[in-house]
Structure formats: structure tokens, C-alpha cells
Ligand binder design. Sequence first.
Ligand SMILES: C[S@@+](CC[C@H](N)C(=O)[O-])C[C@H]1O[C@@H](n2cnc3c(N)ncnc32)[C@H](O)[C@@H]1O
Length: 261
Amino acid sequence: MNVPADPLTRWRDLVLSARSERYRPDRDLAFWQGKAADYDHTQPALPNTVSWLRGDLHRTWSLLDVGAGTGRLLLPLAGAVAQATALDYSPDMLAQLRARGALPHLRTVCCSLEEAPDQVPVHDAVLAAWSLAYQPDLRPALETLRGLSRHALYLLEDDGVGSPHVQLRRALAGTPKPGRARLLREALEALGWPVTAQTITESRELTFTTTAELLAFARLPLSEAQSLAALKPYLRQEAGGWRYRWTFEITVLRVACGAPA
Ligand SMILES: C[S@@+](CC[C@H](N)C(=O)[O-])C[C@H]1O[C@@H](n2cnc3c(N)ncnc32)[C@H](O)[C@@H]1O
């Protein structure tokens, strides 16, 4: 009888199965350096997630965002805390963050998660949003994050159900996006850590003035008629072109780290 592997092993297997080999830090860093300039144009804002985190960060003095990227979450959260730190190993992602707004109580630290305990002090709360995806050894990464947090650790992930066109493209290619949120939660539970999970729904809307523009964006290996039929539940044709809208879910895993704030 096959005994299912424990969640930490399944996470490791998932990471090591990536054809991109981004589990090699040099590969992942090169990826983010190349992505930095257009990251903000391709990623949706997350207003509902920010609003939930803001509520939960009530009375939190300092917040460290590990893998902060261009500050998509940390910049809108910075107003809720007295001290905010953005840590990332990509200098170009951090340069984008600084270009978006300098705040007197926000500092950036360019180093890896592994180096973080030597570079930043313990903060009241630590956030890591989609920054563990290529860490094969989840346990030491989680322990480092927890060690940096006095009260709460927030881990954000999703289960791979994002935009309909990417989901369909991946399904047709036989490469569905992995469900990391569920696995991460199972890993935390297997470690016996006190974790609570919150599912937050976000939405995204894009407009296209022509059908050709919409199809070029969706890049589906289908005919025009097939593509429009597949995306029909999310499309509305208007005088100015097409409105394409979908919703997606984000999981916030909150680990209690010590005495309550
Ligand atoms: C998917 S992006 C997420 C950025 C941001 N958290 C957001 O939600 O928009 C992942 C970020 O984590 C950073 N990152 C990944 N692994 C890291 C590591 N081991 N140490 C430091 N930063 C890391 C990458 O450089 C990248 O900026």
C-alpha cells in the first residue's frame, strides 16, 4: 500500500518538479530581476486582502515583508504601522518599490531570507506573500520567518485558480498551476503550529478595444470562436470593446508566534 508523503515532502517534490529550475536561487533571482520593470502592470492590486490585513494588524508597531517585491502589499499596509521593512533579494524589485513612494518609516533591505536573521531585527509581524514558492526546504524557511516575528506570521498563497485564460491555457498544455495554499496549510498543521486560515476573494477587470487585442492578451491555442466561447462567462461586449472580469481567491494563513500584542 502506498502511504501518502507528508506535506513537507510533497512541497519539496512540487518545488523540485519545476522545469524552470527556479528552486536554484540564482535562477529565481534572475527571473525576478528580469520581471521587475513590468511586475506592477501584470499583477492585480489586492484591496480586499490589504483591508483584511490592515484590520488584523491593528496595534502592530513593526511589520517586515519578506519577499516584498515592488511593495504591492507593503506600501498600502505601511500606513497601518509605525515601522515597515521591505526585504527582498532582488535589487530591481526593491528599486521599483522605492520608485513608487518613499516613506520616512519604510526601509528596504536587499538580502535573502536565509540571511535575514543577520540583517533585520525581530518585528511584531512578518508577512511573506508568494515568496516561498521555490523553497524546497520549507521547514527551515518557515522557522526563519517565525523566528523574525514577535506576534504573528502571515503567509499568503493561492490554489492556482487565477485568471480564466491562464487556467485554460495551462489545462490545455497539461500543466495546471499547483495548489500551494492547501499544501502550505497542511505543512503548518503537520508542524503543529497554531494556524488559522482566511479565504479572501479579489476581482480583476480588464478592457480591450478590439477582439484582436483580447485574443492577443489571452494567447489561447484555439480559434477566435473557440476562445470567445471559452471565455464567454467572463466577457461583456460593449460599445467600446470588451470587458473581461473574473474573481479569484487568496488564502491568508496566520500563525500566532508568541504572546498576544
Ligand atoms: C511572487 S513575488 C511576490 C512579491 C510580493 N510579495 C507581492 O505579493 O507582490 C516573490 C518575491 O519574493 C522574492 N524572493 C523569493 N525568494 C526569496 C528569498 N529566498 N529571499 C528573498 N527574497 C525572495 C522575489 O525576489 C520576489 O520579489
